[in-house]
Design a protein around this ligand. Structure first.
Ligand SMILES: Nc1ncnc2c1ncn2[C@@H]1O[C@H](COP(=O)(O)OP(=O)(O)OP(=O)(O)O)[C@@H](O)[C@H]1O
Ligand SMILES: O=C(O)C1=C[C@@H](O)[C@@H](O)[C@H](O)C1
Ligand SMILES: [Mg+2]
Length: 173
């Protein structure tokens, strides 16, 4: 983490609770809340599945990095990131250099439960989303861990408890 950073960045897999916990955390700390997925949708005027459809995952990743470059110039924010933001080395460096990075995760079964009703995650549009989630996590877990200042299992606590734990870790950092 950059010294005395006023930013908190949430990373972790789909369904870990980055958006839900991030919004509550920002409110609790009086910080501005951003979500990189929503920022991409606002800028392009279309939803994420449409970007994947027309530009592929590579196009989405390019847009994700462009948005992140801008968001790290802001101070005093809580940022919920997309689950794959840690794939690019540049993104990992930007996150590490500009904020306190919190890695949220939960068991794959919980991820599956929490993402089941929402069809807006193109990578889960497969016949076996549980297998896909497990495969993604196997590749990504070391990347999340490599930049985390704090790690939290949201499978074991309600969002409000997660917020309390993050604030404690952030203040002790
Ligand atoms: N700690 C929690 N306990 C119970 N349910 C939760 C918790 N955190 C999130 N949820 C629920 O799980 C669902 C997915 O959460 P959320 O959208 O915040 O995940 P995310 O990490 O932002 O995923 P993505 O990477 O796809 O954006 C939401 O319906 C939310 O209400
Ligand atoms: O895990 C991922 O790669 C993704 C997670 C979502 O937050 C979105 O960023 C998008 O659906 C891709
Ligand atoms: Mg989210």
């Amino acid at each position: 983490m950059s010294s005395q950073s006023s930013n908190i960045y949430l990373v972790g897999p789909m369904g870990a609770g980055k958006t839900t916990v991030g919004r509550l955390l920002a409110r609790e700390l009086g910080k501005q809340f951003y979500d990189s997925d929503r920022e991409i949708e606002t800028r392009t005027g279309v939803d994420i599945p449409t970007i994947f459809e027309y530009e592929g995952e590579e196009g989405f990743r390019r847009r994700e990095t462009e948005v992140l470059r801008d968001l790290v110039t802001l101070s005093d924010i809580v940022l919920a990131t997309g689950g794959g933001i840690i794939l690019r080395e540049e993104n990992r460096r930007l996150l590490q250099d500009h904020g306190f990075v919190v890695y949220l995760y939960c068991p794959v079964e919980k991820q599956l439960e929490r993402t089941a009703r929402d069809t807006h995650r193109p990578l889960l549009r497969t016949s076996n989303p549980k297998k896909r989630l497990a495969e993604l996590l196997a590749v990504r877990a070391p990347l999340y861990e490599s930049i985390a200042d704090c790690t939290l299992n949201t499978g074991e606590c309600a969002s409000r408890q997660a917020v309390k734990k993050i604030i404690q870790a952030y203040r002790n950092s």
